[in-house]
Ligand binder design. Structure first.
Ligand code: DQA
Length: 142
């Protein structure tokens, strides 16, 4: 049973609410995270965001072997470029749910490929912020 869930967001996701609102919506992740914690009070939720590839890798490694821990990863732009983040997801023991707010399979071609997908337990895309709710439910039901 999963007790701790780490949400790890990649570059530019600190701008949610002000970046391309037609695609990513007008809510900041910080506000949304308050609601998430209320909704899923039975698990301990943690949120980490970085614009730096190496910091994301350090965090995934740090939590990737913790007992009873699941990871929700939105590697944002690095999804489509980072062999290194894909390698980290492959390396760790804990399950990773890959989440994208927008529908990456129906946008520009370069967004169709993910270096994470092959090693992730599940892939959720195009459901807006609700994709994170779905990912928590998935981890809770493991
Ligand atoms: C994203 C989709 C990526 O293609 C993009 O680079 C992002 C956000 C999403 O959540 O829809 O920054 O991961």
């Amino acid at each position: 049973m999963i007790r701790d869930i780490y949400i790890i967001n990649g570059p530019n996701l600190n701008l949610l609410g002000k970046r391309e609102r037609d695609i990513y919506g007008s809510e900041s992740f910080e506000n949304y995270f308050i609601e998430l914690k209320k909704k899923f009070a039975e698990v301990r939720l943690y949120y980490f965001q970085s614009n730096h590839e190496g910091r994301l890798i350090d965090k995934i490694q740090e939590v990737g072997y913790m007992p009873k821990t699941g990871i929700i990863l939105n590697a944002a732009g690095y999804t489509h470029t980072s062999i290194a983040i894909g390698d980290t997801v492959a390396a760790i023991d804990n399950k990773v749910i890959e989440v994208h707010i927008s529908d990456v399979l129906n946008r520009e071609d370069f967004r169709k490929h993910s270096y994470v997908k092959e090693y992730a337990h599940a892939f959720i895309s195009g459901k807006g912020l609700a994709g994170y709710d779905e990912a928590i439910e998935l981890l809770n039901n493991l």
